[in-house]
Design a protein around this ligand. Structure first.
Ligand SMILES: C[S@@+](CC[C@H](N)C(=O)[O-])C[C@H]1O[C@@H](n2cnc3c(N)ncnc32)[C@H](O)[C@@H]1O
Length: 200
């Protein structure tokens, strides 16, 4: 009962936000800080083919889209599960948010990153991982997608550096224990919880 009431409150809040976004009075939500956004925009500059895992409201997809080569393409992957009305408010916001920021071509693949990986074999020059932050989730993403990054291309990973005062996420531990030792990639920089690697 309590959880139904709190579900209803959450749904009402999300629906209101979606309406606010439609009316341009609410921004798309994102956990990226301004410094992380600035870093991601730099990583997207002069790149032509990006994959983003974890779209949510499309704020980072729109940012990448704006900074890629105008002739480039970004594919955002997110299952965007349907809510109680049978559709995803988050996907609705994301499609509008990305459309509001002209730039490279974009596609949103409504599926998990594992499902997308099973039908993907194209090389990419920017990989942004910000989906399932569990150990298994990021392990799958790293295994399936890092191999597709071309030499000189970038892999950018959100929530992979510790955040002072917050509990350590699996994604931070997986980065430190596994990705940081991956000899195919070289560390370039970290900005807050964002890590940037270059494919050798
Ligand atoms: C932190 S949000 C992404 C935020 C977005 N990158 C931004 O900065 O605005 C995480 C998103 O990952 C999605 N997600 C969770 N598991 C996923 C998976 N296995 N494959 C793709 N997306 C996933 C969730 O649906 C959610 O929308």
């Amino acid at each position: 009962m309590i959880s139904n009431a709190s579900d209803r409150r959450m749904f009402g809040k999300n629906a209101l936000h979606c309406l606010g976004h439609l009316l341009r009075v609410c921004p798309a939500h994102s956990q990226l800080t301004p410094q992380e956004r600035e870093c991601l925009a730099r990583c997207a500059a002069n790149r032509s083919f990006a994959v983003e895992i974890g779209v949510y409201h499309g704020a980072s997809t729109a940012l990448i889209r704006q900074h890629l080569d105008p002739g480039g393409r970004i594919v955002g992957i997110d299952p965007h599960p349907a809510g109680r009305l049978g559709f995803s408010l988050e996907r609705n916001v994301a499609l509008r948010e990305i459309a509001r920021h002209p730039g490279a071509q974009f596609d949103l693949w409504r599926m998990t990153s594992n499902e997308a990986a099973a039908r993907w074999d194209e090389a990419i020059d920017l990989l942004f991982i910000d989906g399932d932050h569990s150990w298994l989730g990021i392990e799958d993403d790293w295994t399936n997608w890092s191999r597709l990054v071309v030499p000189g291309g970038s892999a950018v990973l959100h929530d992979t550096q510790p955040k002072p005062g917050s509990a350590e996420l699996d994604s931070v531990r997986f980065y430190r224990e596994v990705i940081a030792h991956d000899s195919r990639f070289e560390f370039q920089e970290s900005v807050e919880t964002l890590t940037v690697l270059c494919r050798l």
